[in-house]
Each structure stands twice: as C-alpha cells, then as structure tokens.
Design a protein around this ligand. Structure first.
Ligand code: ZN
Length: 127
C-alpha cells in the first residue's frame, strides 16, 4: 500500500505551470519516478497526448507506456479545488500508484495526492 508521495519541487512547479496555461481547460500528464516501499518518488513529467475541455481531460490508454517501469502515476488539473471524480477513480488504477490533482491558484499548496483507490495521501515537496 502506498502511503506517501514525494515529488521534486521543479517537477511540481512544471505541472502547476502547465495546468495554469491550460486553465480553464484541464491538463493531464503522467509521472515518472520510482517506488521505494510504501512511498513513491516522482522526479519526471511524462507527457502523452490528451484531449481536454473545461470539464475533463481524456487520453487514450494505448498512449500510456505501461511497460515502462518508471511510470508511477498521473497528474491532472481541476478548474476548482476538488477531489477525484468518479471518472478519475475508474482511471487511476490503470496509470500507476499515485495521482496528483492540481487546481487554482496553481501554487504549491494547490496540489493534492491520492493513491490508486482515490484515498488522500500526504504530499512531500523536495527541493
Ligand atoms: Zn479529475
């Protein structure tokens, strides 16, 4: 069971910036890194094609490099602060252990981490 998500500060800043640029449409990307015990360490943004609107961001599951062991999760934005949607909960298990949701004002406090079942887990930012 995953209990915490550690993310490199510049990686989180990159996600927040990309999400800010897409706003009010949603942003989506994958997270690269590694799992160590009950923690996942993210040090890379992995971009894949996605379609977005003001209500959703969708991607083709075939674009997820699921044989790549460095893919540990996903990140996407919501137009307002909110937890995982029913669609998010269906998607999370297919794209790794940890999932970030970011939202306005897109600063470092505007990010929440979840495990693949959508349970909130603590987020540690490492610079
Ligand atoms: Zn969502």
């Amino acid at each position: 069971m995953i209990r915490k998500l550690h993310i490199a500060g510049p990686v989180l800043d990159g996600i927040l910036n990309a999400a800010r640029l897409q706003y009010p449409r949603e942003f989506f990307c994958l997270l690269g890194g590694e799992r160590r015990g009950d923690a996942v360490f993210v040090d890379e943004i992995v971009y894949i094609p996605f379609k977005n609107s003001e209500r959703s961001a969708s991607f083709n599951i075939l674009d997820v490099p699921n044989t790549d062991p460095r893919i540990v999760g996903s990140a996407h934005s919501h137009p307002t602060p909110s937890g995982p949607s029913p669609a998010d909960l269906r998607t999370f298990p297919y794209v790794g252990w940890v999932h970030l949701i970011v939202y306005p004002p897109f600063d470092r406090s505007s990010a929440s981490a979840y495990d693949a079942k959508g349970r909130s887990i603590p987020l540690f930012i490492e610079d």
